[in-house]
Design a protein around this ligand. Structure first.
Ligand SMILES: Cc1cc2nc3c(=O)[nH]c(=O)nc-3n(C[C@H](O)[C@H](O)[C@H](O)COP(=O)(O)OP(=O)(O)OC[C@H]3O[C@@H](n4cnc5c(N)ncnc54)[C@H](O)[C@@H]3O)c2cc1C
Length: 358
């Protein structure tokens, strides 16, 4: 099996892994990013339609409380715009009846990114050498060796495809996913494995939709686009439009658990009927419909992540350790951040910590 030698190995090409790569690049340090999927971004996913990028993963950042995000967006020359909230909200009760409500002002103020949240990742990549990011490279095993680690790529059941020898590893994937899918040799301690498995990944039990239209028909009738429903299948809806120009859109979360989301066609029809009940008939025929069920994404969710999480956990490094194997492996995913864990801000915080501690 071929073995390539690299300085630092970053496992995971989500925001934390790509930001760690960007920081190493700025310091002229050699590294390689191994990304399991055929794309970078991880939980960030922004499909394009008519030059507009809808966010099927994160869409919001909060400049007032997330300073690293605000600073990075500005430093990279990207532009944000306020989440549209003007007008009347909708509330759908368990019996399906819809009533107008004054709307729930989002506090602190929510911002969206022009170009979709993926613009952040794409822009960071401009400063990363092209051949440093290897797509379709799922890591299956990490072995400790003198002065570093051996990282194997492929499937554990079969012969791994390729191997990397490295001094340092930045583990930029959710700790629960790492403990459930990567073989560590020698074994991690029982305490560490349990701590990693117990850190619930943020949002993988969710499914999100975006619909786009030429006209903001809900705004034209005084609606903000914001709605909450106790009936379902959608639980929470927001305006998901371009910045005051076409295409206009609605976006939000499916409120029913992952086990009940098996029939996508039926679910799509139910989503469109519900949108029509809440916003009127034009909602039945959007120009485009995007949908992503994160619970079915093997490089995000494990079986433990299928039930929805209702409360935002207080995140911290697993078992209080920011690294393992005497500093050979450093945690960098958002779920290992001491502050803002689970959010994009946490991904930046954890990546920065890993790079500083290398
Ligand atoms: C629907 C949804 C809505 C959200 N909304 C918001 C929001 O509005 N604002 C906000 O701040 N946050 C939000 N979040 C959370 C936000 O998406 C995350 O905080 C952030 O994207 C995490 O980045 P990360 O790099 O730490 O992890 P990830 O994005 O999970 O990156 C991990 C990477 O590791 C890769 N990987 C996995 N296994 C392997 C392996 N074996 N080998 C190699 N690579 C592997 C994955 O493919 C992935 O690219 C939302 C998340 C979801 C799903």
């Amino acid at each position: 099996m071929p073995t390539e030698t690299v300085g630092t190995m970053i496992i995971g090409g989500g925001l934390s892994g790509i930001y760690a790569a960007y920081l190493l690049s700025q310091r002229n340090k050699p590294f390689v990013v191994l990304e399991a999927r055929e794309r970078i971004g991880g939980r960030i996913l922004s499909p394009e339609h008519q030059g507009f990028f809808s966010d099927l993963g994160p869409s919001w950042y909060w400049p007032e409380i997330h300073p690293k995000m605000a600073h990075l967006i500005q430093a990279l020359g990207l532009k944000g715009y306020r989440q549209f909230e003007e007008g009347v909200g909708r509330f759908q009760g368990p019996d399906g009846a819809v009533q107008a409500v004054s709307g729930y002002a989002m506090e602190p103020l929510c911002w969206r990114l022009s170009g979709g949240m993926m613009a952040l990742v794409t822009k960071l990549c401009e400063d990363i050498p092209e051949n440093a990011i290897r797509l379709n490279h799922p890591v299956c095993m990490i072995e400790k060796k003198f002065g570093g680690a051996l990282v194997s790529v492929g499937e554990l059941e079969k012969e791994p495809w390729t191997r990397f020898s490295t001094n340092k590893v930045i583990l930029a994937l959710p700790p629960r996913l790492a403990a459930a899918t990567i073989l560590f040799n020698p074994d991690l301690s029982h305490n560490m494995t349990q701590a990693m498995l117990k850190i619930g990944t943020w949002m993988p039990g969710q499914a999100k939709f975006c619909v786009l239209d030429e006209e903001p028909f809900w705004r034209q009738t005084g609606l903000s686009g914001q709605a909450f429903s106790q009936r379902g299948p959608l639980g929470e809806i927001h305006d998901g439009s371009n910045n005051n120009q076409s295409p206009y859109g609605l976006t939000g979360f499916v409120g029913i658990p992952a086990v009940q989301r098996n029939h996508q066609q039926l679910l799509t029809e139910a989503i469109l009927s519900q949108l029509a009940i809440i916003y009127g008939k034009p909602a039945t025929h959007p120009t485009i419909f995007f949908y992503k069920d994160w619970a079915r994404e093997r490089f995000t969710a494990t079986e433990f992540d299928q039930p929805p999480m209702y409360e935002h956990p207080l995140y911290h490094p697993p078992a209080g350790q920011t690294s393992i194997w005497d500093g050979t492996i450093h945690f960098a995913c958002t779920e290992t951040a001491n502050q803002h864990g689970g959010y994009l801000e946490g991904a930046l915080t954890a990546a920065e910590r890993a790079v500083i501690n290398l």
